[in-house]
Design a protein around this ligand. Sequence first.
Ligand code: AMP
Length: 211
Amino acid sequence: MVKPSVVLMGPPGAGKGTQASNVATEFGIEHIETGAVLRENKDMETSEGTPREYIEQGEYVPDSVMNELIEELLSGVDGFVLDGYPRTQSQVAKLDEITDLDVVLFLAVSEETLINRLSKRRVCANCGNTYHLEFQPPESPEECDGCGGELIQREDDSPEKIKTRLHEYMEKTESVIEEYRSRSSLVEIDGEQSPQEVWTDIQEAVHANVQ
Ligand code: AMP
């Protein structure tokens, strides 16, 4: 099997990170997570200011910055799963220009579930492991089971920022889903299922779309 080129889409809190990481391991490809790259480089200077200003408000980083970044991240990469890009029509156009895709996966999750998942998400400040206080609780509420690092709430997981992020998604990214749907390259997956069931559906979809 050739190395697949996959886009994993879905609203914030849909479970993209977990599943993209499964895809990368299973198919031996790169996991490219734009949100994580931006968080690691929050203070880099760009023509539009620093990523921090946008991320902390729950707003999208401008397309000019994202499109330059994706070109860099994809250069020389053979097989990838994109997690968090493209999110706007301009980003779709950029991706069309630089690469071909095998499949676009869309994790569909209701707004109620998203709010619940995001508000109860905790992240290890040291290793990045994520937990959910109800469904995947850490042994101790303040400590990472894996490395003992401090568990924190992402700044943009506060109720107000969650609202802005979902608004950004609905305003700018829903049309991207429709664009891929109209090209027949979209596979919709029920993201309300258990992580294991979602993973089974994802594997099937990737195998069905890659020679
Ligand atoms: P995420 O971890 O995917 O929820 O991304 C966190 C934040 O990073 C988002 O709320 C945006 O501020 C920014 N971000 C990540 N990817 C993109 C993108 N493709 N376009 C614009 N902003 C992005």
